[in-house]
Design a protein around this ligand. Structure first.
Ligand code: URA
Length: 221
């Protein structure tokens, strides 16, 4: 599956999920200056790490058109990527901030903003074709980071793996077929950070582990 040519990304007016189309149409009226379309992945296709979030936030990625950009969750995510050398520059919650990802790419399990930040299982299933295409298009992909249980399950299904074989757990690292590693983290959402379910230290530990895996695989003969 790895190394396939890039497949189609969703069109700006992707018609696949009726509820999300209805929400998008309303948002195009309410917030005419927003992106209001599927949010494309960010980062080079040649990256060795892919981070998979849940879905764009209404006033964050759905506004700016870059994953996690302008969302509360993006503050911790981009700060952590900068700390571990997976990004360079300055994050200013704006796609024109010049921030670059380094050896990393960022996408979502669901590309369109869902009402209440909550995609349905059917929407996650429908959007999986784009996650599968994303994974297949990354020729050097080595580690996939799942932010939350929905991303974890969707990644496994995209890879044709049995979800029951890999229980989501913060900090868990799973070796998958094809030399891929799946690393789990609680989602860096406002709720998880405000309640203390996810601390910056817990989040950093995940990216420290990924950094070590990538460094080891680069050093391997
Ligand atoms: N913004 C995103 O792009 N994805 C998330 O999962 C959360 C916020």
């Amino acid at each position: 599956m790895i190394g396939a040519p890039p497949s189609a990304a969703p069109t700006r007016d992707c018609p696949l999920c009726p509820r999300l189309v209805g929400f998008r149409d309303g948002n195009r009226d309410r917030y005419a200056a927003y992106h209001n379309a599927p949010v494309p992945a960010f980062g080079a296709i040649s990256a060795r790490m892919l981070i998979v979030g849940l879905a764009p936030g209404l006033h964050g990625a759905n506004q700016t058109g870059r994953p996690f950009t302008g969302d509360y969750a993006g503050d911790l995510l981009y700060q952590t990527l900068l700390r571990f050398g997976f990004a360079q520059g300055r994050y200013a919650a704006d796609p024109r901030d010049g921030l670059e990802l380094v050896d990393s790419r960022l996408t979502n399990a669901v590309r369109c903003v869902p009402p209440e930040n909550r995609p349905t299982a059917a929407e996650t299933n429908t959007c999986r074709r784009f996650l599968s295409a994303e994974i297949a298009a990354m020729p050097r992909l080595r580690v996939i980071v799942a932010l939350g249980g929905i991303a974890h399950q969707s990644i496994l299904r995209a890879l044709g793996q049995r979800v029951s074989g890999y229980k989501f757990q913060h900090g868990a690292v799973f070796e998958l077929p094809d030399g891929l590693t799946l690393a789990d983290s609680y989602h860096c959402s406002r709720y998880n950070t405000n309640t203390g379910r996810l601390t910056p230290e817990m989040f950093e530990a995940v990216f420290a582990a990924v950094r070590a895996i990538l460094d080891r695989s680069a050093a391997a003969p």
